[in-house]
Design a binder for this molecule. Structure first.
Ligand SMILES: [Fe+2]
Length: 494
């Protein structure tokens, strides 16, 4: 059904036009001879098309045009006048009018102009619908490409806001430990505070049915400057295998309508996309945990075999973490650092006990076997996708800055930063730890070694960060190793 307003201060013109248009069963025609009343009516009702006289006593058709488009941006507005000028016609079209009829006109011309205007409007509205579908495809595509969970949830709330359009949307995920819903993503953070408690999980006004997967809707009406507005609060349950896992909440505001069934269907598709992404992320994380647990057990097995390096990976991680924080690494890189430190010597699994725990110096043959542990480690962990970013720690921690390290003899910044970092920390820890062929040495000797080989064996920048952290008391060898021997004067010379 199309709502049409006809405005002309000549009563008989209004009557003729209404009579002509009443023959179309899908048109509802409202006629007005007083432009102020017409403007008020248009502001308070859903109107598709306005046909207005251009010059009416104190009121102009251009004012009607402006008032109409302010409330209904896609309305078709047709102007009529008995005194046409080119200048007026251009000005009307520039302001967003659809067409311009010169009185007297044939009723057939009027009908065909109205029909064309409404057809164009329909095409535009379908385009809007198409854009909504595109938004949904955008989300589906992102899921298929394996987008990470947080960007995906951000995308879902942004799409929900665009396709409705809504004032704001949020996703909350259920914390399975305490049963609380935590905010995970929200669009338009600067929206009215009164929405926020709803968006953040207070859905008492529109409870959802998790069992049936049904959304909760609460409609309200309110006035702004005397004009009626409508607002819908909608909460969608995110369900996986029949269990609640979260909520998608959104607030929709419209001057004339509450949220429609078609819009609900669109958003429910987004909600189910979010739910399946959350579930698959949960499964991935469980799998990752299981992998990491297995790998940690392997790493523990190495430390158990090599009694001299017990606690080595943990100490290396604690020291390396201090340095990379100084270097400004992100929290995501810090998480990889932990796995890298735990796993960097995993290849020692393939080194025989007789070599690993030999009390004396290794022969050249034995040293060559020992030197294979970075490559062995890489082989052990190859094919575990989420460990790809950990590989540089494993393969490059025995490379030296001047190119004399192994396995590849990489030089300078060709060595991944992860390898350059571990080279410094690993050496520091190795000097302070008891070895099969010698007892652990003191902190001063370890620091002397770092300074001596700064720029040859070690990346000078990382050594500097290390020394800075030590000077600031961040690396406390007394706490970590129960050893002292720091020569502050020496540090100040660096
Ligand atoms: Fe190693």
């Amino acid at each position: 059904m199309k709502n049409i307003a006809v405005i002309d201060d000549e009563q008989y013109i209004c009557n003729i036009i209404k009579e002509a248009l009443d023959e179309f069963p899908d048109y509802t025609v409202y006629k007005f001879t007083e432009p102020e009343k017409a403007a008020e009516f248009i502001g308070d009702n859903n109107i598709d098309l306005v046909l207005t006289d251009l010059v009416m006593k104190d009121y102009s058709g251009v004012q009607i045009l402006e008032r109409t488009l302010a409330s209904h941006p896609d309305a078709v507005v047709i102007l009529m006048t008995g005194y046409p000028t080119v200048k007026t016609a251009i000005s009307v079209l520039k302001k967003g009018g659809y067409d311009y009829l010169i009185k007297p006109f044939k009723l057939e011309d009027l009908k065909s102009t109205i029909r064309r205007g409404l057809e164009l409007q329909q095409v535009k509205r379908e385009n809007v619908e198409l854009r909504s579908q595109m938004e949904l495809m955008h989300v589906t595509d992102a899921i298929n490409k394996g987008i990470k969970l947080q960007p995906l949830l951000n995308l879902v709330v942004d799409s929900a806001v665009k396709v409705l359009p809504a004032v704001s949307a949020a996703i909350l995920l259920l914390d399975r430990k305490n049963g609380e819903y935590n905010l995970q993503a929200q669009s338009n953070m600067d929206t009215d505070d009164s929405f926020n408690s709803f968006l953040r999980g207070d859905i008492s006004k529109c409870p959802v049915d998790f069992e049936k997967g049904q959304c909760g809707i609460y409609n309200e009406e309110f006035e702004i400057n005397g004009a009626l507005h409508r607002r819908s609060y909608v909460a969608f349950p995110l369900v996986s295998r029949g269990d609640p896992i979260g909520l998608l909440t959104l607030v929709y505001t419209d001057r004339f309508n509450h949220i429609a069934a078609g819009q609900i269907r669109l958003i429910s598709l987004l909600a189910s996309a979010a739910a399946s992404a959350v579930e698959s992320n949960y499964q991935d994380r469980n799998l990752q945990r299981a992998y990491l647990q297995t790998i940690k057990s392997l790493a523990n097995a190495i430390e158990a075999r090599d009694r001299y390096t017990a606690g080595h990976t943990d100490r290396v991680f604690r020291i390396a973490r201090i340095i990379v924080r100084k270097m400004g690494w992100s929290s995501a890189r810090l998480a990889q650092l932990k796995a890298g430190c735990v796993l960097h010597d995993i290849g020692k699994i393939g080194v025989p006990d007789s070599i690993l725990n030999k009390p004396g110096q290794l022969t050249e043959y034995e040293r060559n076997i020992m030197k294979k542990h970075p490559e062995l480690g890489l082989k052990i962990l190859a094919g575990v996708p989420f460990l790809e970013e950990v590989m540089p720690y494993i393969i490059a921690h025995h490379e030296k800055y001047d190119g004399t390290g192994y396995p590849y003899g990489l030089k300078g910044e060709d060595i991944p930063i992860e390898g350059r970092l571990l080279a410094v920390v690993d050496t520091f820890d190795a000097i302070l730890s008891d070895r099969p062929y010698r007892p652990g040495r003191d902190t001063k000797e370890a620091l002397d070694e770092l300074i001596k080989y700064r720029g040859s064996q070690f990346d000078p920048v990382i050594v500097d960060y290390f020394m800075e952290a030590y000077n600031e008391g961040l690396i406390n060898s007394n706490v970590i190793y129960g050893k002292t021997g720091l020569n502050v004067g020496m540090l100040n010379q660096i």
